[in-house]
Ligand binder design. Structure first.
Ligand SMILES: Cc1cc2nc3c(=O)[nH]c(=O)nc-3n(C[C@H](O)[C@H](O)[C@H](O)COP(=O)(O)O)c2cc1C
Length: 192
């Protein structure tokens, strides 16, 4: 049976992390059965277009990744009974993180995260903001206590990356590790 993963994209900076994570997950399907669906926040398409150019929905469709958004609570992962395995929010804005921390499920993305937490499944939040306020830090502690993993979009340099893609891969390889996906996304020098 395929493991079912929801990939959520918010309006935080770092659309490139989302694109690289989708590509790494699709490549990882050669090693294990994975089913991937995507959910977008209302702001995600604007930031994607600003940072990468193009339409995120069209790009996901070109990769045959089903994409949902808005308040489409009929999406399969909006209910615990559909038994999705994991969810990664990449990049994760402080707004979505705050809503997830406080159980505010006012769009499909935050509802899906709420479901993953209540079902005690794997939730990974690739948080992106700097600097962090006490509110952000409190919310990160709250979601961590609720069972989520906060994995900041903080690339590493000890592998001496020389391109943006290599830098991005230092984060994406950690994301796939925490999703327990067998992958060959390059680590650029090995993770510490
Ligand atoms: C170009 C751009 C970059 C942004 N970067 C960030 C960011 O890194 N972190 C963050 O928390 N919000 C960032 N924002 C603000 C969020 O998009 C905004 O708070 C939005 O309401 C988040 O909602 P969402 O989580 O539903 O996408 C950015 C906005 C824009 C337009």
């Amino acid at each position: 049976m395929s493991r079912k993963i929801v990939l959520a994209i918010t309006g935080a900076s770092g659309a490139i992390y989302a694109r690289a994570t989708v590509e790494a997950l699709l490549a990882a399907r050669a090693r294990q059965p994975l089913a991937l669906s995507a959910v977008l926040s209302a702001t995600a398409p604007e930031v994607w277009a600003h940072e990468l150019g193009g339409d995120v929905r069209e790009w996901l469709a070109s990769k045959d990744v089903p994409v949902f958004g808005g308040r489409d609570y009929a999406a399969p992962f909006a209910s615990g009974s559909a038994r999705w395995d994991s969810m990664v929010v990449v990049p994760c804005s402080m707004s979505s993180l705050a809503k997830i921390a406080h159980g505010i499920s006012d769009d499909l993305l935050t509802r899906a995260a709420d479901v993953i937490l209540k079902e005690r499944r794997r939730l990974l939040l690739v948080a992106r903001e700097t600097p962090l306020s006490a509110i952000h830090l409190d919310n990160m502690l709250t979601v961590t206590r609720a069972g989520a993993v906060v994995l900041p979009a903080a690339p590493s340099f000890y592998g001496r990356p020389t391109t943006i893609d290599e830098l991005v891969s230092t984060v994406v390889s950690r994301v796939l590790d925490h999703l327990a996906v067998d992958h060959d996304a390059p680590r650029w020098g090995g993770e510490k």
